[in-house]
Design a protein around this ligand. Structure first.
Ligand code: OGA
Ligand code: NI
Length: 313
């Protein structure tokens, strides 16, 4: 139930509280890698502003949004929408805008909405503040594992960051679709803010646990590359977004992940000398290729990078 009670990060600056805050983060990472944080240092006005520019963009007429339409390929940027109702495979019920923000050379401003006028400036400020939060969290998580504070940041190399604005409109038959089907995030660490309930994380016995919407909180979750680098000490949890029939739900999801040519290896400090590493080395590009090839169909994608080892499930 690590997701229910947000962790108050202001305690990290207080000597009497810091060890307890670190322990709460460690416990959440060990449980399912999903937790919420408050007093996280990202100004609430900036969070509200990002929600406002997101809402204003999605409220534009379709033809104005289509100016920013992305190509339908993996990792594509720009605007897209997919609304599918079916009786068979769970599908998508969402509109989205995906934008790369780091490295700076990967900012493709042709996809950045010009409306509302404050979109660019708000994105730049917001993603810089969320980057800082990601670095602070990675540092605590590294230290919790007995690694130097910069370990996880350095293990992922040159930082890549992108933000997806997700919009899940009301759905007439919410039982016949999903906002986003079950998946684990493939990168390093994800920082999400949501408006309204709908995010669920996989819990025991094939059930789903709601990650409740706390105003001003961020949901943090560990992704597949952290599972590999921590040699499975921390797992990347499956999660999904459900939809409802009466209200639009939006979420703002910032992904932090390695460059394609970055080599990812289990931290030697976390590898048992007798057992050996539980995951094989890879370049992040291979991971993207595996995703594209659809190797995640019936198991978590990260398992296909496990070295034949019953400890990785
Ligand atoms: C994602 C994701 C959940 C949500 O974008 O990867 O899991 O609530 N989003 O939008
Ligand atoms: Ni996700």
């Amino acid at each position: 139930m690590a997701t229910l009670k947000p962790i108050d990060l202001s305690g990290l600056h207080d000597e009497r509280l810091a060890s307890s805050v670190r322990a709460q983060i460690a416990e959440a990472c060990e449980t399912n890698g999903f937790f919420q944080v408050i007093n996280h240092g990202v100004p609430v006005e900036l969070m509200d502003k990002l929600k406002e520019v997101g809402r204003k963009f999605f409220d534009l007429p379709k033809h104005e949004k289509l100016v920013y339409a992305g190509k339908p390929v993996l990792g594509a940027e720009g605007y897209g929408s997919r609304m599918v109702l079916t009786d068979s495979e769970p599908q998508f019920w969402r509109e989205f805008v995906e934008l790369h923000t780091l490295p700076l050379s990967e900012r493709h401003y042709n996809y950045w909405p010009q409306q509302p006028a404050e979109f660019h400036e708000t994105m730049e400020k917001y993603t810089a503040a969320v980057l800082d939060l990601a670095h602070r969290l990675l540092s605590v998580i590294s230290e919790n594992l007995g690694l130097k504070p910069t370990y996880l940041k350095e293990a992922m190399g040159e930082t890549q960051q992108s933000t997806v604005f997700q919009c899940y409109p009301p759905c007439p038959e919410p039982g016949k679709t999903l906002g986003l089907p079950a998946h684990s995030d493939i990168g390093g660490i994800t920082i999400l803010m949501q408006e309204g309930d709908g995010l669920q994380v996989a819990a025991a016995n094939d059930t789903w646990e709601l990650v409740p919407n706390h105003p001003n909180a961020f949901v943090v979750n560990l992704a597949d590359q952290i599972e590999i680098i921590t040699n499975g000490r921390y797992k990347s949890a499956n999660h999904r977004a459900i939809v409802n029939s009466d209200s639009t739900r939006r979420s703002y999801v910032t992904f932090y992940y390695p460059a394609k040519d970055q080599k990812i290896i289990p931290a030697p400090e976390l590898v048992d000398a007798k057992v050996g590493p539980l995951y094989r080395e890879l370049y992040y590009l291979e991971y993207l290729q595996a995703l594209e090839a659809g190797r995640a169909k019936d198991k978590r994608l990260v398992q296909s990078f496990a070295i034949n080892n019953p400890l990785v499930t």
